[in-house]
Ligand binder design. Structure first.
Ligand SMILES: [Zn+2]
Length: 94
């Protein structure tokens, strides 16, 4: 299930992967405030409805499921992030 903010909201499980981030409203606000409501990748202002949250360090790569490991990204940077992580993940499997 995906909310209007583009954040995937499901019950926690071990199937966590970058992009399928479990994050609460409280955490989202904390992350946005930490970043002054700007994209962590390109510094563009983040607006409701097109803000993507993701792990700074993917859980699959050893990242922690803590608010400090989340960051907010614009759709463009999130797409780039996902591609990099997929490549990184694919590389680890070889
Ligand atoms: Zn960006």
């Amino acid at each position: 299930m995906v909310s209007e903010r583009g954040v995937q909201i499901t019950a926690p499980s071990k199937e966590v992967f970058a992009g399928g981030a479990y994050i609460t409203d409280e955490t989202m606000q904390a992350v946005l405030e930490r970043q002054c409501h700007r994209c962590a990748g390109c510094n563009a202002p983040l607006v409701a409805g097109s803000t993507h949250f993701d792990f700074r360090e993917p859980v699959i790569c050893g990242g922690a499921l803590t608010p400090g490991n989340f960051e907010a990204l614009c759709p463009f940077c999130h797409q780039n992030r996902m591609r990099r992580i997929r490549e990184r993940f694919a590389g680890r499997r070889k």
